[in-house]
Design a protein around this ligand. Structure first.
Ligand code: EPU
Length: 417
């Protein structure tokens, strides 16, 4: 198993190019199942999750080729409708094949994802939405067995604006008879990216990016040729790295328009943010100011930036608070940050972070993608050596992260234990 060895403290300076967004790419890959012919995705990050979704699709009979940030997907010859446990358990987004398989093939057998490191992460809203569209769903021996002769439109009100449920319902509704309305839909840019690709392929969708999406079913979806949006969480992670290390980084190939809530909080900490032609530059303040952060659904502050923000606030002047509204238990990074000298108290979904003068390097263990990047940020400023174990999590969601960090001045290397 690989680990990172980081020697700190370092001050990051330079520029970094942001990759395509994992969470936009995964639904787009699954959406290829709705089509017959060659789909092309551009700006695809080379991640572990790209490989896992490719393997899952290949298992269904989809022809998948990846070369030079481009993915070619041809779902003309699907021969299986099963997503097996051994893949779904390593990547929850495998559930994205459920809706397109039902819509296109009339049947799907997809393993239930199970829990994750920070809580149960249910999929009830995906299933209720698909049932409202006419799918018959049973749970059998840990698998979702779903079938439908023909899906029909429905009005679906989500009790929470779930990204995953919105993705699955959208992908089913494009091939359903009649009109579907998703109320309280997720508004994330990744949903807009998916809707735009589907629209390019003949789907009729209105309202993506708002909480009410209206879909008029069509008979078929043509193959798409589409570009994955830049990863706003990767961009936010590097922005936080500039601030925590007292540095200045130009963050290129990204979409600042997707990052207002992150900019607001980094500015509240004293960072200077300047927009540039295809990105922005972030410069650290003399001293990081404490602030209050509450995560929420887009456009609120993303839960996927909570851990990185926490690392930053560990070094702020004074006491900060972080309220986690999306996943109340998403604090598995806290005991690891404490090992580096952080002073953090958790009370339910609230973390109180008392700024400390400095962090000291130690071995720490990554528990999920974002917790891992938070530990890297802390390791960059911690005095001495930090070893981040179990970095397979980070390889799921960040492309060549150590190369990108090393190029802007970090002392970081990968070792195989
Ligand atoms: N929820 C339900 N029932 C459902 C689905 C969700 O109660 O059927 C609840 C969840 O428990 C949670 C909230 O709704 O409290 C939001 O969950 P959501 O469904 O939006 O999350 P997701 O689709 O499973 C995606 C990202 C996550 C990101 C969340 C929130 C992908 C592949 N994953 O997950 O990304 O944290 O949205 O923005 O897009 C990551 O990239 O590291 C990551 C975890």
């Amino acid at each position: 198993m690989d680990s990172f060895i980081i020697r700190g403290p370092s001050r990051l300076k330079g520029s970094v190019n942001i990759s395509g967004a994992k969470n936009a790419m995964l639904p787009l890959m699954a959406a290829a199942i709705l089509t017959e012919g060659k789909c092309v995705l551009e700006n695809v990050p080379d991640l572990k999750d790209t490989g896992t979704m490719s393997e899952l699709l290949r298992g269904l009979g989809v022809d998948v080729e990846f070369s030079d940030s481009r993915l070619f997907l041809d779902a003309s010859k699907i021969e299986s409708e099963e997503a097996p446990y051994n893949l779904v358990r390593t990547m929850r987004a495998s559930i994205y094949v459920l809706a397109p398989l039902i819509a296109k093939r009339g049947h799907a057998r997809v393993s239930l994802p199970g829990g994750c490191a920070w809580g149960p992460r249910p999929i009830d809203l995906h299933l209720k939405g698909l049932m409202a569209l006419g799918a018959k769903i049973e749970i059998d021996h840990g698998y979702i067995e779903a079938s439908a002769d023909r899906l029909h439109g429905a009005e679906i009100i989500l009790s929470v604006p779930s990204v995953g449920a919105t993705v699955n319902i959208l992908m089913a509704a494009v091939l359903a008879d009649g009109e579907t309305i998703i109320e309280n839909a997720a508004c994330e840019p990744e949903i807009v990216n998916l809707a735009e690709a589907l629209k390019q392929s003949g789907a009729i969708i209105d309202g993506e990016g708002t909480s009410k999406i209206v879909i008029k079913g069509v008979k078929e979806i043509q193959p798409f040729n589409f570009r994955v949006i830049p990863d706003r969480i990767e961009a936010g992670t590097f922005a936080a790295a500039a601030v925590i290390t007292g540095g200045k980084i130009e963050i290129r190939d990204c979409e600042p328009d997707h990052m207002h809530s992150v900019f607001d909080k980094l500015s509240a900490c004293g960072a200077k943010i300047e927009l540039s032609q295809n990105g922005f530059t972030v410069e650290a303040p003399e001293k990081i100011r404490s602030t209050e952060v509450e995560t929420g659904y887009y456009p609120s502050f993303p839960t996927d930036m909570q851990a990185q923000m926490m690392s930053l606030l560990c070094l702020a002047d004074g006491t900060s608070s972080i309220v986690e509204h999306v996943y109340p238990d998403r604090f598995t990074h806290v005991p690891e940050l404490r090992r580096l000298g952080a002073d953090i108290n958790i009370d339910g979904r609230v973390a109180i972070v008392n700024g400390v003068g400095r962090l000291a390097g130690a071995p720490v263990m990554a528990t999920d993608i974002r917790a891992s990047s938070a530990l890297i940020l802390a390791g960059l400023v911690a005095h001495g050596e930090t070893k981040v174990l179990r970095i397979y999590h980070i390889d799921r969601g960040y492309e060549r992260i150590e190369e990108k960090f090393a190029a802007i001045g970090a002392d970081i290397r990968r070792i195989s234990d």
